[in-house]
Design a protein around this ligand. Structure first.
Ligand SMILES: [Ca+2]
Ligand SMILES: [Ca+2]
Length: 206
């Protein structure tokens, strides 16, 4: 990725953050993609209603000082319901999130949101693992046809799938076409900007 692209992403982040502070601490390789490691610091209490100012992660930390090496914890991988879940990225766009999972032979979490409660419990334990990440991408979008939500695989969302939405969502506020699960709602979904930045857990069959 060239510097111009990185600068563009910085600009995008600044625009999309809308009142939050956008910082980049390092340019790191995520999967095969050079990615700025943004730290979006929420300032709007209405956007992150349950965010606390000092949240520490659970589990043991590796204590690395390399900005491209996340402190690892013993709760970033979990297995349940026939699926394996692994935390792989702090902040990615929806496209990059799908690509980083697919490059690992996995996908963003889908089975966990389709009634597989053991899978959801495993996914939740990974999403809860690091308390400072507030949202996680879901492989569903309505980018092709507004209001026609589909899984990344192309399958339309069923009525049961749609029970994942938070109350009042999806609202397409300001053009929102990609789904993410918000910690503050118990990981119910909101539609967000596909170029926004949320965290990434990958799902794979075991
Ligand atoms: Ca939309
Ligand atoms: Ca929304």
């Amino acid at each position: 990725m060239g510097m111009q692209v990185i600068l563009l992403q910085l600009l995008l982040c600044a625009v999309l953050a809308q009142g939050q502070i956008c910082q980049t601490s390092a340019i790191c390789m995520v999967g095969k993609i050079w990615t700025p490691m943004f730290k979006v610091v929420p300032q709007r209490s209405d956007f992150f209603p349950k965010l606390t100012s000092s949240v520490t992660s659970t589990g043991s930390s590796s204590g690395s000082t390399d900005p491209c090496v996340r402190p690892t914890t013993n709760c970033e991988v979990a297995v349940g319901g026939g699926y394996r879940y692994e935390f792989v990225s702090e902040l990615s766009t929806w496209n990059a999130a799908n690509e980083v999972c697919e490059s690992r032979g996995a996908s963003l979490p889908q089975a966990a949101f389709q009634g597989n409660s053991a899978a959801f419990s495993a996914l939740k334990s990974v999403m809860d693992c690091r308390g400072d990440y507030q949202g996680y991408w879901v492989p569903a979008s309505d980018r092709m046809n507004e209001g026609q939500w589909k899984w990344r695989s192309g399958q339309p969302l069923t009525n049961q799938d749609k029970q994942n939405w938070q109350g009042g969502q999806p609202d397409n506020s300001g053009e929102q076409d990609c789904a993410y699960a918000g910690r503050w709602s118990g990981y119910k979904w909101d539609d967000g900007d596909c170029a926004g930045f949320w965290s990434v857990v990958c799902e794979s069959n075991i």
